[in-house]
Each structure stands twice: as structure tokens, then as C-alpha cells.
Design a protein around this ligand. Structure first.
Ligand code: DON
Length: 575
């Protein structure tokens, strides 16, 4: 069977196929829509790298039942919504980069601003940002996209029944799972931040380390989604419960939910170092940022020559290119459905060579002098999780999804147990005022009804000669694409083994605050190294978190996987 490319089917045909499929017992049988063909196995095993062991078990079950990478990814996403509630979700959104049957795809299931949202909704009468309003409580919530995203992906490319991929999540919600120490710690931190102002503690206050935690309301929601498909979430009983939770406490209505649609987009693609990089387009800034970093570093090969990894000079040169990437990000990046993002220009070789040539090899260039590179007259707290999957047929899924901060807005839908996101904080509430991740934005990322907030999530796949070579991604807000850049660099420029490349020190610079290098507790910049970096003119600042990379590398026909030692992720190779 030939894979049908949906972009070539008219909207009318699609609607008809979809309706017919639903009315003819679509949920029970293998869907009539295009599915990945039964290719010949090309790898010795399937593999996953995910944020917890329950999701790895779910993926293994799906592979043993004959599922492919997309089936496994969807099962992982629903499972993490139960067992990794600080970030896994059905109340948030995300992105999925896919490589199926030798072709790249990208699915955008990012949240959207509600219809009643306004550009100034987080400002007081004096025009100042109201602290916390875009972060906690119902007004922080964007219209969730995860369920529609999973539905779209599985319907288009999955091999198993929809119900089959939801089964592990329903099991963990109904029968419970054993609570991990890290989850309790994150719950405690989040609870302090929500400070009794949301209903968070009613749902998660009782969770104890080592004990079984059950979520019966969430189990009922997942069962309805298994039976009725995404329409339960967007136009059924679950939609009613979500809308009810917002009454007097937020903007999302039933109409917002009915209106939501995940979108297939062209991924950002670039040639780099003999690889094809397939990564996230706007409304993520991550793919553009990653390609800019990779290409500028290649342009600066003479300056990087013989510079040891993570040495003061290496940190300086990297910060210099990051500075330029973040200047462009703040000016040009936003939802492409609302703002013409100049992706081709921003990733153009000649443009990046010119930008790289501005890097001062000796000292940090003055922050104010680093302006968006295309000129200004162009057209117009934290948690997320990533999973990487490959199957024996050579397909790959790289997906990052999020509710933004740990446990999102802290609002849990009564009667449904769904943790709702605080993704609205990823918009620029006011031009030039930093958000939770300290990044600023402009018109391109101003709030508007139905608009998607700018993201940094960067689910990425590298291929070589048409075959998957690396599947990688991480949470970390604005640290996401600088983290991926560093790991890719460790792998290919420094030939490190996968596990070492993932575990190695990471640092981050993002233009603002000026000349500030963020370091992380896992591998701090301290002692003599700190002194040398400071002597170059930088300020060092500690931060709690610098990602949780989940990566799979394929060497020949054998996949190898690594979960970041910073998190509670695991890997699984399924023969
Ligand atoms: O979309 C974004 O870029 C952020 N909402 C992601 C949040 C995140 O990675 C939190 N993790 N630490």
C-alpha cells in the first residue's frame, strides 16, 4: 500500500473520509485512512528514550503488539499524562517531528490563545505586567492541543487500533503507579508556587513517595477518548468539564475547544556536516535557532579549532553565537499563521556567515550592539518532556510536549483530573518584558485570539543518506535548542559516545541578561573554570534545570539510546 500524503487530499475529501470512518466503526477497526506501509525491518531493534519507566513499558508493549514508532509515541504521550503529571499531559500541547517511510513530517499541536484573549490581558491599568497572571490559575491556560495531535498522528501513520495505544495510560490511571521521589519534590515545589490559589492540592496533595497513586477521573476521561476519539475532548463530556472549570476563572469556552485543530507543517530542514537536519518550524523558535547555531559554529571552525570542549574560550565563542540567535528570536519569531516569519532568510548560509563574522573572538561583544540581523523593517518556572522513538522499519518520532511550568497553571479540571497548562506565558505579555524563561518578544509574539505562543521546543531528527541517524529533544524552555546544539556538537564535533555526550556539562546564554552564562547543578561551572570565564567578562548564574535530553543514535542497523542522567528517564531497546 502506498502512503497517502494528506497534503495532496482536498479538505472536502478528508472531512468525508473522516466522517465515514467515524460512522463505520473506525475506532474498532484499523482506520481506513492512510497508514504506514508494512515495510521490511531495516534495524535490529526498536528503541525509545523517555522520561519515565512506565512510558518505556507502554512503548515496549506497543512494539510487541506490532505497533510502529507512531503507535509507541502516542502510547508514551498518553502514559506520561498519567505517570509524569508534572509535564506529561493531555491539558497542554507540543510538537512532533516524524520520519516515516523515508519522508519528513511535522505536526504542530501547540496550544492556542482563547477567542477572548487580548493583547493586553496580562497588563494592569498602568500598562504593567500583572505578576503571575500568565503563569498561575485559569487565565494562564491556552486551548490544549495534545489530544488532537495524538489523534492526527495515530490516524495518519499508526498501525494499531486507537484503543490499543490508549490502554497502557488507562491502566496506570485506573490501577495506579508507584510515585517517584523526584515527582514528589516537584509536586512540593509546585504546590508552594500555587500557594493554595488553585485546586492543585486537592488532586496532588495526597501523592506520597513509594505509594500507589490512582487517578480515577483521568481514567474515565482516557476511557472516553479511547471510545470516542478526540471528539470527546473537544466537543463531548470532557469539553463540557473543561469549559465549566473556566467559568469565572479563565477564558476557554466550548467554542474554543470545538475550534482547535492540530496542523501539519513543513519542518525546518537544513544540510549540515553531511546530515539532513529535520526540526521544528515556527511557532517554535527552536528549529531556526538550532540551525543558526550549527551553521554559525561551522562558519567559525577556524576560531573553534583546537579549542577544548567547555573551556573558557569555547564557552565564550558559543555565547557569542547564542547572542545573535536570541536577538533574531526576539524580533522575528512567532506564529506563522499570524506573522510572516522569514525562516529561509534566517537560516540562509550567506546570512549566517555574515552574522558569524561579527563574533569577537577575544571578548563578549557589547549586548546593545547585537541587533536582529535582518533589520527591523521586516514584515511584520518550568516543565516539558521529550520522547524519542524509532521502530525496526526505520521510522522515527521525536516529540516534545508541555504544560509549560511544573504542573502548568495549577488548575486541575474538576471531574476530569486534567492538569491545565500555563502556555500563555510563552507570549510576550508586553514587548521587552521577559517571561518565565527570561526571554523577550515583540509584535511577532504578541497575544491574539487563536494565535499560538512562540515556543522553543525543538524535536529533531538527523538523517544521513535517507536513513535516520539521530533522534533528539529535551525540555528546558529557552535552553532547549542550546542544549540540543551542545549535545549534537559533543557527538559529531567531539566524537563522544552517546551517553557521555548527553551527560556532559551544558551552559546557556540568551543575550539577556547581558553577558550572563547560566550553569546547572549537574555539572556546575565552578572553581578555576568559573574564574576564567568571569575573567573573559561574563557573569555566571546558577539555574535549577538545563534539560532532560532523550536521544537515540543509529549506527549501521543498530539503535542505541540515552536518557539524560539529570532526570528519571529510561531507555529501552526492543528486539
Ligand atoms: O514551549 C516552550 O518553549 C516552553 N513552554 C517549554 C517549557 C519547558 O521546556 C519547561 N521545561 N523545563
Amino acid at each position: 500500500m502506498k502512503l497517502i500524503d494528506r497534503t495532496r487530499i482536498s479538505a472536502g475529501t478528508l472531512a468525508l473520509v473522516t466522517l465515514t470512518a467515524i460512522s463505520t466503526g473506525f475506532l474498532e477497526a484499523t482506520p481506513a485512512l492512510a497508514k504506514a506501509p508494512q515495510q521490511k525491518p531495516v534495524l535490529t531493534a526498536s528503541a525509545v528514550a523517555v522520561a519515565d519507566r512506565y512510558a518505556a513499558d507502554a512503548a515496549e508493549q506497543i512494539f510487541r503488539e506490532g505497533g510502529n514508532a507512531v503507535d509507541a509515541a502516542v502510547a508514551i504521550a498518553f502514559t506520561l499524562a498519567v505517570t509524569y503529571p508534572e509535564a506529561g499531559n493531555i491539558g497542554g500541547g507540543g510538537f512532533m517531528t516524524l520520519y516515516v517511510d523515508g519522508k519528513p513530517y511535522f505536526l504542530d499541536f501547540r496550544e492556542r490563545a482563547p477567542l477572548a484573549a487580548t493583547r493586553t490581558m496580562y497588563l494592569d491599568e498602568q500598562g504593567n505586567v500583572i505578576k503571575g497572571k500568565s503563569l498561575y490559575g485559569g487565565y494562564a491556560v491556552g486551548v490544549p492541543g495534545t489530544v488532537d495531535g495524538m489523534w492526527e498522528a495515530q490516524r495518519r501513520f499508526g498501525k494499531l487500533k486507537w484503543k490499543q495505544v490508549l490502554a497502557p495510560a488507562i491502566h496506570y490511571a485506573r490501577d495506579g503507579f508507584e510515585v517517584d521521589e523526584q515527582l514528589v519534590k516537584r509536586r512540593d515545589d509546585a504546590s508552594k508556587q500555587f500557594d493554595g490559589k488553585t485546586n492543585f492540592d486537592q488532586y496532588f496533595g495526597g501523592m506520597k513517595q513509594g505509594e500507589t497513586f490512582r487517578q480515577p477521573e483521568l481514567a474515565a476521561v482516557l476511557t472516553r477518548i479511547a471510545n470516542d476519539g478526540a471528539k470527546d475532548f473537544y466537543n463531548g463530556r470532557t469539553a463540557d468539564l473543561i469549559a465549566a472549570s473556566m467559568k469565572g476563572n479563565g477564558l476557554i469556552t466550548k467554542r474554543d475547544l470545538q475550534d482547535y485543530k492540530a496542523v501539519w507543517r513543513q519542518p525546518v530542514e537544513a544540510k549540515w556536516n553531511g546530515y539532513d537536519v529535520i526540526t521544528a518550524p515556527p511557532p517554535s523558535s527552536g528549529g531556526v535557532g538550532l540551525v543558526q547555531l550549527l551553521k554559525m559554529k561551522a562558519d567559525l571552525a577556524p576560531q573553534f579549532k583546537d579549542v577544548p570542549l567547555n573551556s573558557p574560550q569555547y564557552i565564550h565563542l558559543t555565547a557569542e553565537i547564542e547572542k545573535r540567535v536570541f536577538a533574531d528570536r526576539a524580533q522575528y519569531l512567532g506564529d506563522p499563521d499570524f506573522y510572516k516569519v522569514p525562516v529561509a532568510q534566517l537560516t540562509d548560509d550567506a546570512y549566517l556567515a555574515k552574522r558569524a563574522a561579527e563574533v569577537d573572538p577575544d571578548k563578549p561583544s557589547d549586548t546593545k550592539s547585537v541587533q536582529p540581523g535582518l533589520g527591523t523593517s521586516m514584515p511584520e518556572k518550568a516543565e516539558t518532556t521529550h520522547f524519542s522513538v524509532v521502530d525496526r522499519w526505520g521510522n522515527a518520532v521525536s516529540s516534545t510536549y508541555t504544560i509549560n511550568g511544573y504542573f502548568g497553571s495549577g488548575v486541575v479540571v474538576p471531574g476530569a483530573g486534567i492538569v491545565l497548562n500555563d502556555e500563555m506565558d510563552d507570549f510576550a505579555s508586553k514587548p521587552g518584558v521577559p517571561n518565565m524563561f527570561g526571554v523577550v518578544g515583540s509584535d511577532a509574539n504578541a497575544i491574539a485570539p487563536r494565535k499560538r505562543p512562540l515556543s522553543s521546543m525543538t524535536p529533531t531528527i538527523l538523517t544521513k543518506d535517507g536513513k535516520v541517524a539521530l533522534v533528539i529533544g529535551t525540555p528546558g524552555g529557552s535552553r532547549i535548542f542550546t542544549s540540543i546544539f551542545q549535545v549534537v556538537n559533543n557527538l559529531y564535533d567531539f566524537d563522544m559516545p552517546l551517553k557521555d555526550a548527553v551527560g556532559a556539562m551544558r551552559f546557556h546564554h540568551q543575550l539577556l541578561p547581558p553577558n550572563t552564562i547560566f550553569w546547572e547543578p549537574y555539572q556546575p561551572i565552578d572553581g578555576p573554570l568559573a574564574k576564567q570565564v568571569e575573567a573573559k567578562g561574563y557573569v555566571l548564574k546558577g539555574q535549577d534545570f538545563n534539560g532532560d535530553i532523550q536521544a537515540i543514535r543509529i549506527d549501521g542497523d543498530t539503535p542505541e539510546a540515552a536518557a539524560d542522567p539529570r532526570g528519571r528517564g529510561v531507555t529501552r531497546i526492543v528486539q
